[in-house]
Design a protein. Sequence first.
Length: 282
Amino acid sequence: MSETPKKAAITGHPVAHSRSPLVHGYWLKKHGIDGDYGRVDVAPEEAQAFYRNFAASGLTGANVTVPHKETAAVACDRLDEAARTMGAANTIWLDEDGRLCGANTDWEGFLGNLDQGAPGWDARPGTAVVLGAGGAARAIVFALLARKFTHVHIVNRTVEKAQKIVDEFGSGTSAHGWDNLGKLLGKADLLVNTTALGMTGKPLLEIDLSELPKTALVTDAVYVPLETDLLKQASARGNPTVDGLGMLLHQAVPGFERWFGVRPEVDDDLRALVLKDLGAAS
Ligand code: ATR
Protein backbone atom coordinates (compact mmCIF):
# COMPACT_ATOMS: atom_id res chain seq x y z
CA MET A 1 0.00 0.00 0.00
CA SER A 2 1.48 3.34 -0.93
CA GLU A 3 1.20 6.30 1.41
CA THR A 4 -0.38 9.56 0.25
CA PRO A 5 2.43 11.89 -0.84
CA LYS A 6 3.22 14.44 1.86
CA LYS A 7 2.66 18.08 1.10
CA ALA A 8 4.30 21.10 2.68
CA ALA A 9 4.44 24.77 1.70
CA ILE A 10 5.76 28.20 2.45
CA THR A 11 2.93 30.18 4.02
CA GLY A 12 2.94 33.94 4.51
CA HIS A 13 2.03 37.13 2.69
CA PRO A 14 3.44 37.59 0.12
CA VAL A 15 5.11 34.28 -0.81
CA ALA A 16 5.52 34.68 -4.58
CA HIS A 17 9.25 35.43 -4.37
CA SER A 18 10.14 32.88 -1.71
CA ARG A 19 13.06 30.57 -2.56
CA SER A 20 11.81 27.87 -0.18
CA PRO A 21 10.03 25.86 -2.95
CA LEU A 22 13.30 25.80 -4.90
CA VAL A 23 15.26 24.56 -1.88
CA HIS A 24 12.78 21.89 -0.78
CA GLY A 25 12.09 20.89 -4.39
CA TYR A 26 15.82 20.24 -4.85
CA TRP A 27 15.93 17.99 -1.79
CA LEU A 28 12.72 16.13 -2.73
CA LYS A 29 14.21 15.33 -6.12
CA LYS A 30 17.65 14.48 -4.76
CA HIS A 31 16.19 12.00 -2.28
CA GLY A 32 13.58 10.61 -4.69
CA ILE A 33 10.72 11.49 -2.33
CA ASP A 34 7.20 11.51 -3.70
CA GLY A 35 6.20 14.74 -1.95
CA ASP A 36 5.36 18.30 -2.76
CA TYR A 37 6.39 21.73 -1.48
CA GLY A 38 4.35 24.68 -2.72
CA ARG A 39 3.30 28.22 -1.87
CA VAL A 40 0.22 29.28 0.07
CA ASP A 41 -0.47 32.99 0.29
CA VAL A 42 -2.41 33.57 3.50
CA ALA A 43 -4.12 36.97 3.64
CA PRO A 44 -3.55 38.76 6.95
CA GLU A 45 -7.24 38.72 7.87
CA GLU A 46 -7.33 34.95 7.36
CA ALA A 47 -4.09 34.09 9.13
CA GLN A 48 -5.50 33.35 12.58
CA ALA A 49 -8.14 30.95 11.24
CA PHE A 50 -5.69 29.34 8.78
CA TYR A 51 -3.15 28.36 11.44
CA ARG A 52 -5.78 27.44 14.03
CA ASN A 53 -7.40 25.05 11.55
CA PHE A 54 -4.15 24.01 9.93
CA ALA A 55 -5.31 20.41 9.49
CA ALA A 56 -7.96 21.67 7.05
CA SER A 57 -5.23 22.95 4.70
CA GLY A 58 -4.30 19.39 3.70
CA LEU A 59 -0.64 20.14 4.44
CA THR A 60 1.61 17.89 6.52
CA GLY A 61 3.53 20.92 7.64
CA ALA A 62 4.70 24.34 6.54
CA ASN A 63 7.21 27.08 6.78
CA VAL A 64 5.88 30.39 7.99
CA THR A 65 7.22 33.71 6.84
CA VAL A 66 6.49 37.40 7.34
CA PRO A 67 4.07 38.60 8.66
CA HIS A 68 2.60 35.42 10.19
CA LYS A 69 5.36 33.96 12.37
CA GLU A 70 3.83 35.35 15.57
CA THR A 71 0.25 34.37 14.62
CA ALA A 72 1.42 30.84 13.84
CA ALA A 73 3.21 30.58 17.19
CA VAL A 74 0.05 31.61 19.05
CA ALA A 75 -1.99 29.00 17.14
CA CYS A 76 0.39 26.15 18.08
CA ASP A 77 -0.44 23.65 20.82
CA ARG A 78 3.26 23.00 21.38
CA LEU A 79 6.34 25.13 20.71
CA ASP A 80 10.02 24.30 20.93
CA GLU A 81 12.19 26.39 23.22
CA ALA A 82 13.37 28.73 20.45
CA ALA A 83 9.86 29.49 19.17
CA ARG A 84 8.65 30.02 22.72
CA THR A 85 11.53 32.38 23.50
CA MET A 86 11.12 34.33 20.26
CA GLY A 87 7.32 34.25 20.24
CA ALA A 88 7.55 33.31 16.56
CA ALA A 89 7.39 30.02 14.64
CA ASN A 90 8.85 29.53 11.14
CA THR A 91 8.30 25.76 10.93
CA ILE A 92 5.06 23.96 11.85
CA TRP A 93 3.69 20.42 11.64
CA LEU A 94 0.88 18.25 12.95
CA ASP A 95 1.83 15.50 15.39
CA GLU A 96 0.25 12.04 15.40
CA ASP A 97 -2.59 13.32 17.61
CA GLY A 98 -3.31 16.18 15.23
CA ARG A 99 -1.85 18.84 17.50
CA LEU A 100 -0.10 21.75 15.83
CA CYS A 101 3.57 22.01 16.77
CA GLY A 102 5.90 24.90 16.03
CA ALA A 103 9.62 25.51 15.96
CA ASN A 104 11.87 28.40 15.16
CA THR A 105 14.83 27.22 13.10
CA ASP A 106 16.40 30.58 12.18
CA TRP A 107 18.98 30.18 14.95
CA GLU A 108 19.90 26.73 13.62
CA GLY A 109 20.26 28.27 10.17
CA PHE A 110 22.73 30.80 11.55
CA LEU A 111 24.77 28.13 13.35
CA GLY A 112 24.65 25.65 10.45
CA ASN A 113 25.97 28.33 8.12
CA LEU A 114 28.93 29.24 10.34
CA ASP A 115 29.70 25.59 11.19
CA GLN A 116 29.92 24.86 7.47
CA GLY A 117 31.57 28.11 6.35
CA ALA A 118 34.02 28.62 9.23
CA PRO A 119 34.55 25.31 11.05
CA GLY A 120 35.83 25.85 14.61
CA TRP A 121 34.47 29.42 14.71
CA ASP A 122 33.02 28.81 18.19
CA ALA A 123 36.01 26.96 19.68
CA ARG A 124 36.63 29.88 22.05
CA PRO A 125 33.28 31.64 22.29
CA GLY A 126 33.88 35.22 23.40
CA THR A 127 32.19 38.51 22.61
CA ALA A 128 29.84 39.15 19.71
CA VAL A 129 28.45 42.36 18.24
CA VAL A 130 25.06 42.04 16.55
CA LEU A 131 23.82 44.94 14.42
CA GLY A 132 20.03 45.26 14.38
CA ALA A 133 17.24 44.22 16.73
CA GLY A 134 14.55 42.59 14.58
CA GLY A 135 13.51 38.94 14.33
CA ALA A 136 16.80 37.83 12.78
CA ALA A 137 18.80 39.49 15.57
CA ARG A 138 16.70 37.76 18.21
CA ALA A 139 17.34 34.35 16.62
CA ILE A 140 21.07 35.07 16.36
CA VAL A 141 21.34 36.17 19.99
CA PHE A 142 19.58 32.93 20.96
CA ALA A 143 22.09 30.97 18.83
CA LEU A 144 25.17 32.70 20.24
CA LEU A 145 24.08 32.19 23.84
CA ALA A 146 23.37 28.51 23.03
CA ARG A 147 27.00 28.26 21.86
CA LYS A 148 28.16 29.84 25.13
CA PHE A 149 29.29 33.25 23.91
CA THR A 150 30.17 35.18 27.04
CA HIS A 151 28.63 38.45 25.88
CA VAL A 152 26.45 39.65 23.02
CA HIS A 153 26.24 43.41 22.35
CA ILE A 154 23.13 44.38 20.40
CA VAL A 155 23.55 47.63 18.48
CA ASN A 156 20.47 49.26 17.00
CA ARG A 157 19.24 52.62 15.71
CA THR A 158 16.26 52.32 18.07
CA VAL A 159 17.96 51.37 21.33
CA GLU A 160 14.63 50.48 22.99
CA LYS A 161 14.24 47.56 20.57
CA ALA A 162 17.69 46.26 21.46
CA GLN A 163 16.83 46.71 25.13
CA LYS A 164 13.71 44.57 24.67
CA ILE A 165 15.90 41.68 23.52
CA VAL A 166 18.22 42.26 26.48
CA ASP A 167 15.21 42.13 28.82
CA GLU A 168 14.37 38.72 27.38
CA PHE A 169 17.85 37.20 27.36
CA GLY A 170 19.37 38.75 30.48
CA SER A 171 22.86 39.43 31.74
CA GLY A 172 24.88 37.97 28.84
CA THR A 173 23.54 40.71 26.57
CA SER A 174 23.55 44.51 26.42
CA ALA A 175 21.91 47.18 24.27
CA HIS A 176 23.63 50.10 22.51
CA GLY A 177 23.11 52.82 19.95
CA TRP A 178 25.33 53.12 16.86
CA ASP A 179 27.52 55.80 18.47
CA ASN A 180 29.06 53.16 20.76
CA LEU A 181 30.08 50.84 17.93
CA GLY A 182 33.80 51.69 17.56
CA LYS A 183 34.53 50.84 21.18
CA LEU A 184 32.54 47.60 21.03
CA LEU A 185 34.25 46.45 17.84
CA GLY A 186 37.65 46.73 19.53
CA LYS A 187 36.79 43.74 21.75
CA ALA A 188 34.69 41.69 19.33
CA ASP A 189 35.39 38.11 18.24
CA LEU A 190 32.37 38.07 15.93
CA LEU A 191 30.45 40.78 14.05
CA VAL A 192 27.03 40.03 12.54
CA ASN A 193 24.86 42.39 10.48
CA THR A 194 21.14 41.60 10.76
CA THR A 195 19.87 44.97 9.52
CA ALA A 196 18.63 45.41 5.98
CA LEU A 197 21.44 47.89 5.32
CA GLY A 198 23.69 46.84 2.45
CA MET A 199 20.91 44.92 0.71
CA THR A 200 20.37 45.76 -2.96
CA GLY A 201 18.03 48.76 -3.06
CA LYS A 202 18.68 49.79 0.59
CA PRO A 203 21.17 52.31 1.96
CA LEU A 204 24.76 51.13 2.51
CA LEU A 205 25.86 49.95 5.91
CA GLU A 206 28.38 52.63 6.74
CA ILE A 207 30.76 51.22 9.28
CA ASP A 208 34.36 51.81 10.30
CA LEU A 209 36.04 48.47 10.97
CA SER A 210 39.43 49.89 11.96
CA GLU A 211 39.03 48.89 15.64
CA LEU A 212 37.96 45.31 14.87
CA PRO A 213 40.61 42.63 15.61
CA LYS A 214 41.76 40.97 12.36
CA THR A 215 40.89 37.56 13.77
CA ALA A 216 37.20 38.46 14.27
CA LEU A 217 34.75 36.57 12.07
CA VAL A 218 32.37 38.79 10.09
CA THR A 219 29.03 37.59 8.72
CA ASP A 220 25.98 39.21 7.19
CA ALA A 221 22.36 38.05 7.15
CA VAL A 222 21.97 39.99 3.89
CA TYR A 223 22.63 37.71 0.87
CA VAL A 224 21.61 39.99 -2.03
CA PRO A 225 24.28 40.89 -3.00
CA LEU A 226 26.09 37.78 -1.82
CA GLU A 227 29.25 39.71 -1.05
CA THR A 228 27.94 42.76 0.76
CA ASP A 229 30.03 45.86 1.22
CA LEU A 230 30.55 44.84 4.87
CA LEU A 231 31.99 41.45 3.83
CA LYS A 232 34.13 43.10 1.13
CA GLN A 233 35.57 45.58 3.63
CA ALA A 234 36.20 42.84 6.17
CA SER A 235 37.96 40.50 3.70
CA ALA A 236 40.07 43.37 2.36
CA ARG A 237 41.55 43.91 5.84
CA GLY A 238 42.07 40.16 6.38
CA ASN A 239 39.10 39.18 8.55
CA PRO A 240 37.51 35.77 7.93
CA THR A 241 34.00 36.13 6.49
CA VAL A 242 30.92 33.96 5.81
CA ASP A 243 28.11 35.14 3.54
CA GLY A 244 24.44 34.97 4.53
CA LEU A 245 23.03 32.62 1.90
CA GLY A 246 23.77 29.55 4.01
CA MET A 247 21.58 30.88 6.82
CA LEU A 248 18.57 30.75 4.48
CA LEU A 249 19.48 27.25 3.31
CA HIS A 250 20.31 25.77 6.71
CA GLN A 251 17.17 27.08 8.41
CA ALA A 252 15.20 24.89 5.98
CA VAL A 253 16.92 21.64 7.04
CA PRO A 254 14.94 20.83 10.23
CA GLY A 255 11.56 21.35 8.53
CA PHE A 256 12.40 19.05 5.63
CA GLU A 257 13.57 16.38 8.04
CA ARG A 258 10.42 16.73 10.13
CA TRP A 259 7.99 16.51 7.19
CA PHE A 260 9.74 14.13 4.83
CA GLY A 261 11.84 12.00 7.22
CA VAL A 262 15.31 12.60 5.73
CA ARG A 263 17.88 15.09 7.01
CA PRO A 264 19.05 16.89 3.86
CA GLU A 265 22.42 18.51 3.22
CA VAL A 266 23.25 22.01 2.09
CA ASP A 267 25.60 21.13 -0.74
CA ASP A 268 27.34 23.14 -3.47
CA ASP A 269 24.73 22.24 -6.09
CA LEU A 270 21.94 23.68 -3.92
CA ARG A 271 23.89 26.87 -3.32
CA ALA A 272 24.54 27.20 -7.05
CA LEU A 273 20.87 26.61 -7.87
CA VAL A 274 19.67 29.32 -5.47
CA LEU A 275 22.42 31.72 -6.55
CA LYS A 276 21.39 31.30 -10.17
CA ASP A 277 17.79 32.07 -9.25
CA LEU A 278 18.82 35.14 -7.24
CA GLY A 279 20.92 36.31 -10.18
CA ALA A 280 18.03 35.85 -12.59
CA ALA A 281 15.78 37.93 -10.34
CA SER A 282 18.13 40.86 -9.81
P1 ATR B 1 14.12 41.22 10.58
O1 ATR B 1 12.93 40.70 11.33
O2 ATR B 1 14.33 40.58 9.24
O3 ATR B 1 15.36 41.20 11.40
P2 ATR B 1 13.18 43.97 10.93
O4 ATR B 1 12.40 43.59 12.12
O5 ATR B 1 12.52 44.78 9.89
O6 ATR B 1 13.80 42.73 10.16
O7 ATR B 1 14.50 44.71 11.45
C1 ATR B 1 15.28 45.45 10.61
C2 ATR B 1 16.50 45.98 11.38
O8 ATR B 1 17.21 46.83 10.48
C3 ATR B 1 16.13 46.83 12.58
O9 ATR B 1 17.08 46.61 13.59
C4 ATR B 1 16.21 48.27 12.03
O10 ATR B 1 16.49 49.26 13.01
P3 ATR B 1 15.29 49.95 13.84
O11 ATR B 1 14.86 48.96 14.86
O12 ATR B 1 15.90 51.16 14.44
O13 ATR B 1 14.20 50.26 12.84
C5 ATR B 1 17.38 48.13 11.10
N1 ATR B 1 17.37 49.17 10.06
C6 ATR B 1 16.59 49.23 8.95
N2 ATR B 1 16.85 50.35 8.23
C7 ATR B 1 17.82 51.02 8.91
C8 ATR B 1 18.53 52.25 8.69
N3 ATR B 1 18.30 53.02 7.61
N4 ATR B 1 19.46 52.61 9.61
C9 ATR B 1 19.72 51.85 10.69
N5 ATR B 1 19.09 50.68 10.96
C10 ATR B 1 18.15 50.28 10.09
